[in-house]
Ligand binder design. Structure first.
Ligand code: SAM
Length: 190
């Protein structure tokens, strides 16, 4: 979240029950946030978490078909949203939505990921399989496995300049920016 400190306007996609946006406006009350969310129940929960002065707008929409404005956000945040979709859907959607961030804007992602080797890889594959089976069965989730959203961001000219993972290495947060801007950013690590 520290990467958002100097943002004026942020978009969150698939906000869910509002834990992210509530913490964001608690830490940085000056930020104006637009949240896209397809579930009215989630929006109600999210609203209930916010202080009355929070500058947050909720849009009850299908984020895959929203008319994205052009270059108005300092940052876009997706937490556990990209992994709901197949590569095919993301390949169609991401190029239509990505230009809503300003040319030097950041794209911040939190997602599950597969471990890199040995037991870590086996354990993460097992739990990802269990989670996808469960969510396919209970919610009809489109994706059957983790999509390669990193490859797509790369193809669209974005580079990752910061990442961190949880101690069991299954959750991975990363900050992306267009290559020409990322190269100028301290800590850039292609
Ligand atoms: C896995 S949850 C993540 C929620 C939250 N970001 C978090 O990290 O806890 C995915 C969220 O995206 C929303 N969502 C899924 N598909 C969507 C779509 N096409 N348009 C808008 N919201 C969508 C779901 O309703 C859900 O709240």
């Amino acid at each position: 979240m520290d990467h958002l400190a100097d943002s004026q306007r942020v978009l969150t996609i698939g906000e869910g029950d509002g834990r992210f946006v509530a913490e964001l406006v608690r830490r940085f009350p000056h930020i104006e946030v637009d949240c896209l969310e397809g579930s009215s129940a989630m929006i109600a929960r999210a609203r209930a978490r916010l202080p009355s002065a929070a500058k947050v707008n909720f849009y009850h929409v299908d984020a895959l078909n929203w008319e994205y404005p052009v270059e108005i956000y300092d940052a876009v945040v997706t937490c556990f949203f990209l992994d709901c979709f197949s590569d095919k859907t993301l390949r169609e959607w991401l190029p239509r939505s990505i230009n809503c961030s300003k040319p030097a804007g950041k794209w911040m992602v939190a997602e599950f990921r597969e471990g890199v080797g040995g037991m870590e890889r086996l354990r993460s594959r097992f739990w990802l399989r269990v989670m996808y089976l469960f969510f396919n069965w209970t919610t009809g989730l489109e994706a059957k496995q983790l999509p390669n959203w990193q490859g797509l961001l790369d193809e669209l000219g974005y580079g990752c300049f910061e990442k961190s993972e949880t101690s069991n290495a299954m959750i991975y947060s990363s900050v992306w920016q267009r290559w020409e801007n990322a190269r100028k950013t301290d800590g850039f690590n292609p």
